[in-house]
Write a protein that binds this ligand. Structure first.
Ligand code: ZN
Length: 88
């Protein structure tokens, strides 16, 4: 499992949980894909300061922190997409 795949999995899982209790956001395929892409970029940015191997070692010991950070960036991404949705 790569670092990138790990982050994608966490983002998708938390996005799916979040939208269950926040039905006021559009979750069409386009908005979902946009929100996930934005959240993934933001989450990777948060962990971009140290070498990937080192980060991954830290993350695998502290999964809860990554999930908490993922939720924050997902909420930001959903709001960003909601303001300027690219769906037609
Ligand atoms: Zn939409």
């Amino acid at each position: 499992m790569s670092f990138k795949n790990y982050m994608e999995d966490v983002i998708v899982e938390i996005y799916n949980e979040y939208k269950k209790s926040h039905l006021n956001y559009c979750t069409c395929d386009r908005c979902r894909a946009d929100a996930i892409a934005i959240a993934l970029t933001k989450l990777k940015g948060k962990y971009a300061v140290s070498p990937e191997g080192e980060i991954f070692a830290r993350i695998s010991r502290d999964d809860r922190q990554v999930r908490a950070d993922a939720l924050v960036v997902i909420i930001e991404a959903i709001e960003q997409v909601g303001k300027q949705p690219s769906h037609s």
